[in-house]
Design a protein. Structure first.
Length: 94
């Protein structure tokens, strides 16, 4: 039975290439790759097609991060809007 870690390591360049296609910033690529390895290792089972499965994991990690970033931006915008409205409602000091 092949060593799961060795199998994953044999696809390291592929995982990085997929991550680079999804994000432009090199530090974001590193974060995406690292999270992919964490999820892959936590899975605990060997996939039939490691390459296809790893590509799916990278895309899943990217999607999760993208959704979280969008939600954070919406929350920040909502708070800024509420703060601006509250500030506009305050009377100007005498």
């Amino acid at each position: 039975m092949p060593d799961p870690l060795a199998t994953l390591q044999s696809h390291a360049a592929f995982v990085r290439a997929v991550a680079r296609r999804l994000v432009a910033d090199p530090s974001d690529v590193d974060d995406l790759v690292q999270e992919t390895w964490l999820r892959a290792l936590a899975n605990g089972r060997a996939p039939r097609s490691a390459r296809a499965w790893l590509a799916k994991v990278v895309r899943s990690v990217w999607t999760d991060r993208h959704r979280a970033d969008q939600a954070r931006r919406r929350r920040e915008q909502q708070i800024a809007t509420e703060h601006a409205r509250a500030g506009a409602a305050e009377p100007v000091g005498d």
